[in-house]
Design a protein around this ligand. Structure first.
Ligand code: NAD
Ligand code: ZN
Length: 278
């Protein structure tokens, strides 16, 4: 049992996190780009984030710019070709969540990431809710046909700067949710159900600034769960949290998961009613 706070946590935060986490029978995790920075994939809004360093690159994730401007698409294909996700491996933060899953305590893992590192770490795919899609597949914006990203990137490598859909000639993109696009309603519902049905909602490595992902934390608290936020920077939901843990996730998550499980330390609770969310 870690008697000392991990890193330089503010007074009382580690003890509170440890107490509610140790007795949590079912944890729903929401992860963001911060769980993958140690694997070499930069986040968007952190101090070394892609947008922090180059605000112009935000345009590449805007759906209307992507549809209207072939130059944006060409640049987006080049970024996909050289994306760090192709060579990345799960890190200690991913592995800690996989361990929690193996212990049977991870109800669901909602991720905003598109890098499939949680799948690679061994978390059961039926527990993973990919809110913002995946980089590993393509979708045609015209006919909806989906395909393999590796196959599309092979075409880019062969000289097609903006490969069109093979079925209809339409615009192809990664099967990810861009700004200006809505989330798949079934996927959002699955995430809401997971937020309602847990003892602890663990938000890790996310700035909690992208709705509706961020609103899941509040939904979970309203349904009676404890919110634990693990992030290097403050988030707008910190005041709602039972505990806020700063510092590096690679250190914080393994320490939290290593806490001995004490299921009898908290009373059984009834989870949120799926009929109450809209
Ligand atoms: P974000 O960039 O808004 O926030 C990431 C947060 O993680 C920041 O507050 C940062 O301080 C924190 N952080 C970074 N490294 C950390 C570490 N090692 N330990 C602790 N905290 C750390 O990311 P977001 O909230 O996930 O939203 C950005 C959007 O961009 C998402 O919608 C996602 O789809 C997409 N995105 C995905 C990836 C990926 O798949 N790996 C990478 C970049 C962006
Ligand atoms: Zn098509």
């Amino acid at each position: 049992m870690a008697e000392q706070p991990v890193g330089e946590q503010p007074h009382g935060q580690w003890a509170r996190a440890r107490e509610v986490f140790a007795s949590a029978r079912r944890v729903t995790a929401l992860t963001g780009a911060g769980v993958s920075t140690a694997s070499g994939i930069p986040d968007f809004r952190g101090p070394q984030g892609v947008w922090t360093r180059n605000p112009e690159s935000q345009r590449l994730t805007d759906i209307s710019a992507y549809v209207a401007d072939p130059e944006v698409r060409k640049l987006a294909w080049q970024r996909r070709l050289t994306h760090p996700a192709w060579d990345a491996a799960p890190g200690l933060a991913h592995r800690a969540l996989a361990e929690l899953d193996q212990a049977g305590r991870l109800g669901a893992l909602i991720t905003q990431n598109i890098d499939e590192l949680h799948q690679q770490s061994g978390v059961g795919t039926d527990r993973i809710v990919e809110l913002h899609g995946t980089l590993f597949a393509t979708i045609c914006l015209d006919c909806g046909a989906t395909g393999s990203m590796r196959a599309a990137l092979a075409r880019v490598g062969d000289g097609e700067e903006d490969p069109p859909c093979r079925a209809c000639g339409g615009i192809l993109k990664s099967r990810t949710v861009s700004f200006g696009e809505s989330l798949d309603p079934d996927i959002l519902r699955a995430a809401q159900r997971a937020a309602l049905n847990c003892d602890v909602f663990l938000a890790a490595g996310t700035s909690l600034t992208v709705a509706p992902a961020s609103a899941l934390a509040e939904l979970s608290v309203r349904a009676g769960a404890h919110l634990i936020i693990c992030n290097a920077e403050p988030t707008p939901y910190d005041a709602l949290a039972t505990a806020v843990l700063g510092g590096a996730l690679e250190e914080v998550l393994p320490a939290l998961v290593a806490e001995p499980f004490e299921p009898d330390a908290a009373p059984l609770r009834t989870y949120g009613d799926p009929g109450t969310w809209s």
